[in-house]
Design a protein around this ligand. Structure first.
Ligand code: DC
Length: 209
């Protein structure tokens, strides 16, 4: 069984993908991490993330980079969003994601284009979202909890910028697949959102865990 989980930044899609993976006993891939590694490697190489050639050269990042805590930084998320607009970068990361999706037994992948491009044949697709203000509120609280000094307004502005770039790019933009469940969790807590996701997948594949 392949489960595709897409959605904008800070929507909770990673949490839902991990919960689905645990519930159904499937491996999970956070595809955003691949783009984050490319963005961060571009910076390490003193390249320009807005130049396709520089970003493409960074697609050769070492596997150990995926463990680097710096990939979780907000600034790295921004770099990832910038390198991800380049078609050659998306092409370079494509096969790795397709292979993960099609491994025997199935998988859960979360990202922006899983249900539309990477696994259009997925058994269940979810599009996880929440209002920009709610996503900013959660991201801001999480950053303050980590001791990062940042204003709510700055976080909200970053979320708007990321949404515009991820949705507006020509190649594989952030888009809800026609057959994806829209899971707007603006007014849901974590457990309710996870329960809704599990119920949807169980209904979709016609079996319970
Ligand atoms: O999910 P995330 O915030 O870690 O993703 C970081 C950036 O990577 C996101 O702004 C756009 C890009 N991305 C993408 O283009 N396609 C994906 N499947 C996953 C992420």
């Amino acid at each position: 069984m392949i489960i595709a989980v897409d959605g904008p930044t800070a929507s909770g899609k990673g949490t839902i993908a991990r919960a689905l993976a645990a519930h159904f006993g499937l491996p999970v891939l956070d595809t955003g991490l691949l783009y984050r590694a490319v963005g961060y490697q571009t910076q390490l190489d003193h390249g320009d993330p807005d130049k396709a050639a520089d970003a493409l050269a960074a697609c050769d990042f070492p596997a150990t980079l995926l463990e680097d805590p710096a990939l979780r930084y907000e600034s790295t998320g921004s770099l990832a969003s910038r390198v991800s607009v380049h078609p050659p970068v998306r092409a370079a990361l494509f096969q790795r994601q397709v292979d993960f999706a099609n491994q025997p037994g199935g998988a859960v992948l979360d990202g922006r284009d899983i249900g539309t491009v990477i696994a259009p044949h997925a058994d269940a697709k979810l599009f996880v979202t929440a209002s920009p203000e709610e996503r900013a509120r959660r991201r801001h609280a999480e950053m303050l909890g980590r001791g990062v000094e940042v204003s709510y307004e700055a976080v909200l502005a970053d979320i708007h910028a990321r949404d515009a770039r991820d949705t507006g790019r020509a190649d594989a933009p952030l888009l809800r697949a026609a057959d994806a469940l829209l899971l707007d969790n603006t007014a849901l807590d974590r457990d309710a959102a996870i329960a809704a996701a599990i119920a949807f997948v169980e209904g979709r594949v016609g079996r319970s865990s």
